[in-house]
Design a protein. Structure first.
Length: 248
């Protein structure tokens, strides 16, 4: 996060009912925003992966009043239970609203209540539009990567500078429109921000099991994914199979 929040704090609360049902052929998700008072409930578009994040962005845009073209993602953390329902979601982003630069913080509680706060900041940093990342995240084939009947933690954060990722440490994947391809190594050396998407299996106590290692019967599997747009900013991109390149 480049700029710290300063003045003019606003806070809103939205009732957001999220229902996600796993079916044999995939995952069915239905999300309903309850306006009180206001127009009738609005159903978000269904998708087969169970995280209707791109549809949720339209609601966020409407309720915060952000100028959509100015939005820049800060970070995102999503926690899902083993049945796929969203336990919590935290997201921060920047954007302009009525000629003011704003920092926004969105939270979705286990009761599916969405709240948001905003502060005036000096400037909006360079970065990716939230909808670009949300559209990719909701199409990640989580079952393929992490298996059945496991909770998930998804963390997305902007990175800068010199940083390398190695597949021997944690699995790496290129991501584009729901397709994933294994990577061996990715190295960045740039002041332009990129976003790494880390996916963790949740252990039985709700943690990722990273620091102390997994307990018997628990998993700490983690993989990191990069969009093709962000891989284009990398200094080095090595695919596990040179013939399995992703193309935009």
């Amino acid at each position: 996060m480049i700029e710290g929040p300063s003045q003019n704090k606003q806070k809103k609360i939205i009732a957001l009912a999220i229902c996600i049902v796993f079916a044999a052929a995939g995952i069915l998700s239905i999300s309903v925003l309850i306006y009180d008072p206001g127009p009738p409930a609005v159903s978000l578009p269904q998708n087969i992966y169970g995280t209707p994040l791109s549809g949720m962005w339209a609601i966020i845009e409407e309720w915060t009043g952000i100028e959509n073209t100015t939005a820049v993602l800060g970070d995102l953390t999503l926690v899902a239970t083993d049945d796929g329902s969203i336990k919590s979601l935290h997201m921060s982003f920047y954007g302009d609203n009525e000629d003011l630069h704003q920092f926004y913080r969105i939270r979705v509680s286990p009761m599916s209540i969405m709240t948001w706060d905003s502060w005036t900041v000096d400037r909006v940093p360079v970065g990716e539009h939230p909808l670009v990342l949300l559209s990719e995240i909701e199409r990640i084939p989580y079952r393929k990567l992490t298996g059945e009947n496991t909770g998930l933690i998804i963390e997305v954060d902007a990175q800068y500078g010199d940083l390398a990722y190695e597949a021997w440490y944690r699995s790496l994947f290129a991501l584009h429109r729901g397709e994933v391809v294994p990577l061996e190594r990715v190295a960045f050396s740039t002041n332009d921000p990129w976003y790494d998407i880390a996916v963790f299996n949740r252990t039985s106590d709700g943690s990722t099991g990273i620091s102390g290692g997994p307990a018997p019967g628990e998993s700490s599997h983690c993989c990191t994914l990069f969009t093709l747009r962000d891989l284009g900013k990398a200094e080095t991109v090595e695919y596990r199979d040179a013939e399995s390149l992703l193309h935009a």
